[in-house]
Design a protein around this ligand. Structure first.
Ligand code: AMP
Ligand code: ZN
Ligand code: FE
Ligand code: FE
Length: 282
């Protein structure tokens, strides 16, 4: 049986393995294919695809976009054209706004005597600087002792160093992905604290704007949760997908390939990718 992982973050956003290292790690984990789904950037896709071609691992170009629909909702896009000008320019606007937000967060921290500079963070972490990077720096500075503590006490909404950032609306993100030739998928649906009725409302709304799939297999999701989401896919004729949301050491509890509640071995079968490919006519 061949296994895959369709939700992986690299150093291009807030993962801690480079795109090439993600490919190498996937092969160590015995996977047949992975999808790179960095937040707001496509920069990791090309390196991963190149390394994948060298080593014989299938790499799917992807992206994860944070959007707003009531609260925050994440949309994944698979098989996007990584050269699409519309997608690239919209993503660079989002990244620019991340920079403005990050600079403000740094100033708040500097005001409390924390030795932090946004310029250095950009140099170190690359194009997409996110709150997990702030958590890491706060930990290194001895302000907190874990990444979780930073999120729990300092950088989540309503807290001392939190600054909101611009997020594109859900309709735009779905359409942007579709225009770039991608397959839009609703990421980790249990993250949004929605009732069955609310989740259906979200799915139906997204479908009006081109949603084609739901992430059914995900780290921490039990087989009952996966079955519930898979039943929604069958009902709405959507494609089930699955991935771990691997971030390397920034989310140490998540292992590549181990999407699912059991967390022991690979769990997303290759047939899931065949469903995505069929949607793309591949
Ligand atoms: P940003 O997009 O920069 O606002 O940061 C959001 C990122 O922070 C997402 O990848 C979340 O998964 C991550 N995140 C949110 N809460 C936590 C937490 N408690 N521990 C680690 N990462 C978190
Ligand atoms: Zn992330
Ligand atoms: Fe997400
Ligand atoms: Fe993610």
């Amino acid at each position: 049986m061949k296994y895959i992982d369709l939700h992986i973050h690299t150093t291009a956003s807030d993962g801690t393995l480079s795109p090439a290292q993600c490919v190498e790690h996937a092969l160590e984990r015995g996977l047949a294919a992975i999808a790179i789904c960095d937040h707001d950037t496509l920069l990791g896709c090309r390196d991963a695809e190149r390394r994948g071609a060298e080593l014989g691992l299938e790499v799917v170009p992807g992206v994860e976009i944070s959007t707003k629909y009531g609260g925050s909702v994440h949309i994944l896009g698979y098989y996007i054209n990584t050269e699409n000008p519309g997608l690239l320019s919209r993503l660079s606007e989002i990244v620019h706004d991340r920079d403005l937000r990050g600079e403000k967060m740094c100033r708040l921290m500097q005001g409390d005597g924390i030795d932090i500079s946004y310029e250095q963070m950009k140099e170190r972490f690359g194009e997409v600087v996110g709150r997990p990077h702030f958590a890491q720096v706060l930990m290194e500075q001895g302000v907190v002792s874990t990444v979780n503590e930073a999120f729990r006490n300092l950088i989540s909404r309503g807290q001392k160093y939190y600054m909101p950032r611009y997020t594109i609306n859900i309709e735009d993100s779905l359409e942007l992905i579709a225009f770039a030739g991608g397959v839009p998928v609703l990421a980790h649906p249990f993250q949004y604290n929605k009732s069955d009725e609310e989740l259906r409302e979200l799915i139906e709304h997204c479908m009006e704007h081109g949603l084609r799939g739901i992430e059914c297999i995900y780290s921490g999701y039990t087989s009952q949760m996966t079955e519930y989401l898979s039943a929604l896919c069958r009902e709405y004729a959507l494609i089930p997908t699955g991935g771990s949301d691997f971030h390397g050491t920034l989310k140490p509890h998540i292992r590549m390939a181990c999407a699912g509640g059991e967390g022991k071995g690979p769990i997303v079968p290759y047939t899931i990718l065949e469903g995505l490919k069929a949607e793309k006519g591949m």
